[in-house]
Structures are given as structure tokens and as C-alpha cells.
Design a protein around this ligand. Structure first.
Ligand SMILES: C[S@@+](CC[C@H](N)C(=O)[O-])C[C@H]1O[C@@H](n2cnc3c(N)ncnc32)[C@H](O)[C@@H]1O
Length: 253
């Protein structure tokens, strides 16, 4: 159990906080003059430096990279990764267990970077789909019900925010009855001091210019997972519960 002060320290070190500090002046200028297709199209050029390198190198003690690896070791067969971003997860998939991998994201610029990570592809059949994961009609028409053995999401439910339950309900329809749903997410801490701090700051940080890239980081994510009708098989906490990895199954209707 981490001391509350350590947790607050971790909060301040989180990628969402450091983003505005380390963005170069050029990036800021570019952000002002670029007409965004989606907010993440603008974040794409710096996303890996801030959210992958910081998490995996400078903040190694949080164990987020190991967390991704451990969680994704549960993936197999035909896999759908929603909100796949720049493909940070690609190196962590178990190579001999995947038949196909579909990577979906609303941002063409983020997904383009994933396409470039060819050497990290875990299987021969890797597909990319620029699409809105909340577009139920599109996804059910394109993929069909119960199409995937595994559905993965990492660190995006906080961005989907008010669409979290809608998205997880759709995920439940897309996964096979005996399939797995693997989630690694920001979460409200169970520690009341830290959780209250998150509650106070979450909206401002998620707002444009707040440095959080739209991520509302105080979601009680396990409650939302259960509300969507999924069953949590296991949960692993990182950073004193600020980050949580879940292995889930569909559960009943
Ligand atoms: C915080 S990033 C997470 C990226 C990656 N999963 C990771 O672990 O680093 C959130 C991603 O969700 C994508 N996204 C946001 N809203 C979306 C939507 N409605 N449909 C599909 N992708 C979406 C963004 O473009 C972005 O790539």
C-alpha cells in the first residue's frame, strides 16, 4: 500500500501532467495552426515520447510496461484492440498465440504510427481501421456479433468517458462467449485523500489545455465494467490503484 503523499507525487509525475511541460514550442505552435480531425491527431507526434517512454523508462517503478505485458499474455486468437493509438501494445502481444489483430482508432495520425511498427507485429494478419468505437452500427455490421476471441483496451476508457458503458456493452457483443476482455485503465484511487484530489482536478485536467488529453482520470472503472455487464476475473493494481488491469469475461445476458 503506497503512502498518500507518494500517490500524490505519482499523480504529479503522470504523463498527463508532464505533457504541457515538455511539449516543445514548435509543437505548441503546430497545435494552434493545425485544423484537428480529432484531438489525438495533434497529440500523435509526441504521444510515444510522453506516454510510452515516460511510463516505461522514467517511471519504470510503476510497472506499467510489465503490466501491459502481463495483461496481454492473456490474449489469443482473433484480437480486436480498440483505441489502439500508436500501437504501444504491439510488442507486448504473445506472438505464437494470435491469429489476427485488428487495431481500431478514431485518429488516422495515431494509427499511422502503429502501422509503421511493422517489426513489432505479433502475427502476419494485422489490420487497421480508422473508426469511432462508439459507432455500434458500423462495428456490428463490419465485424458481426461474437467475432473476436479477445478484445483489448488500454488507457482509453477515461477518454471515452461518458461513452464508457456504451463502449463496453458493445465490446461484450463483439467478443465470443468464451472470449476475454482485457482492460488496463486509469482509475479513481481507493485512498480517500488521493481520490478526492482526483475528483477536484479531473475535469480541469481533461479539458483542452489541461494536459490530460481528454482523459477523465477519476472514473470508478471497475463499477463501470460491472455496470456494462462484464464479469471481472482478475484485477491487478499499479501505482497504488491509480492504474488497474482487468481480465474480464462476457458474463450472462
Ligand atoms: C490515451 S490514448 C490510448 C492509446 C493506447 N491505447 C495506449 O495504451 O497508449 C486514447 C486513444 O483513444 C482514441 N480514441 C478516442 N476516442 C475514440 C473513439 N470514439 N473511437 C476510437 N478511438 C478513440 C484516441 O485517438 C487515442 O488514440
Amino acid at each position: 500500500m503506497l503512502h498518500p503523499i507518494s500517490l500524490l507525487f505519482l499523480l504529479l509525475l503522470s504523463p498527463h501532467f508532464t505533457a504541457p511541460l515538455v511539449l516543445s514550442r514548435a509543437s505548441f505552435l503546430k497545435a494552434f495552426v493545425t485544423i484537428a480531425i480529432t484531438p489525438y491527431d495533434n497529440y500523435a507526434p509526441t504521444y510515444d515520447i510522453l506516454d510510452d517512454n515516460i511510463a516505461s523508462n522514467q517511471l519504470k517503478f510503476l510497472g506499467l510496461s510489465e503490466g501491459r505485458s502481463k495483461l496481454l499474455s492473456n490474449s489469443y486468437g482473433s484480437v480486436l484492440e480498440i483505441c489502439a493509438g500508436t500501437g504501444i501494445n504491439l510488442p507486448y502481444y504473445p506472438k505464437n498465440k494470435l491469429k489476427s489483430l485488428t487495431m481500431l482508432d478514431i485518429s488516422p495520425n495515431m494509427l499511422k504510427l502503429a502501422e509503421d511498427r511493422v517489426e513489432s507485429f505479433p502475427c502476419a494478419d494485422v489490420r487497421f481501421d480508422v473508426a469511432d468505437v462508439t459507432n455500434e452500427n458500423y462495428l456490428l455490421k463490419k465485424c458481426g456479433e461474437q467475432a473476436f476471441d479477445t478484445v483489448v483496451d488500454t488507457f482509453s476508457l477515461c477518454v471515452l468517458n461518458t461513452n464508457t458503458i456504451k463502449t463496453l456493452t458493445l465490446v461484450k457483443r463483439l467478443v465470443k462467449p468464451d472470449g476475454k476482455i482485457l482492460l488496463f485503465e486509469n482509475s479513481r484511487s481507493d485512498n480517500e485523500l488521493v481520490g478526492s484530489y482526483q475528483d477536484l482536478t479531473a475535469k480541469a485536467i481533461a479539458k483542452k489545455g489541461g494536459g490530460g488529453k481528454g482523459c477523465v482520470y477519476n472514473q470508478r472503472v471497475e463499477d463501470l465494467i460491472k455496470e456494462a455487464g462484464l464479469v471481472v476475473e482478475s484485477r491487478t493494481d499499479y501505482g497504488g490503484g491509480l492504474f488497474r488491469a482487468f481480465v474480464c469475461i462476457r458474463g450472462g445476458e
